[in-house]
Design a binder for this molecule. Structure first.
Ligand code: SF4
Length: 119
């Protein structure tokens, strides 16, 4: 009788489960790529969250006045934003602010034609 027979898989060459340098590099690469993918998505989600265009609670003349000054968001002029305008009153970080001259919700990154530099 020849020696004890091993399990059927005994002839399979075992490979090391972890190859440290390759695994670390692969982990760091995948982590960096994952982080880079998440940041723009998070920024997009945040920027889409706040919308201040609902004027349904305003009277018709208030809506008309808002349109007359050309309120829009986001601003077409990056240096001129509601949050650096003298008429703007900020709210909580994820809330629409207010304006002393234009009724309705005001986006911090909004703009209108009567913008004036906050002093
Ligand atoms: S005046 Fe115009 S630019 Fe200034 S806060 Fe009001 S809506 Fe924004």
């Amino acid at each position: 009788m020849r020696g004890r027979a091993g399990p059927k898989w005994s002839g399979v060459k075992r490979l090391p489960l972890i190859q440290p340098q390759t695994s670390r590099r692969a982990f760091l690469t995948s982590t960096a790529v994952g982080a880079l993918a998440i940041v723009p998505l998070a920024a997009l989600a945040c920027s889409k969250k706040l919308v201040c265009t609902d004027v349904s609670k305003l009277k018709a003349d208030e809506q008309q006045a808002r349109s007359a000054v050309g309120y829009k968001e986001p601003t077409p002029e990056p240096a001129k934003r509601c949050d650096n305008c003298a008429a703007y009153t900020p709210a909580a970080a994820d809330q629409c602010g207010a304006c002393s001259d234009v009724k309705g919700p005001i986006h911090p990154a909004g703009f209108c034609n009567i913008w004036r530099q906050k002093g």
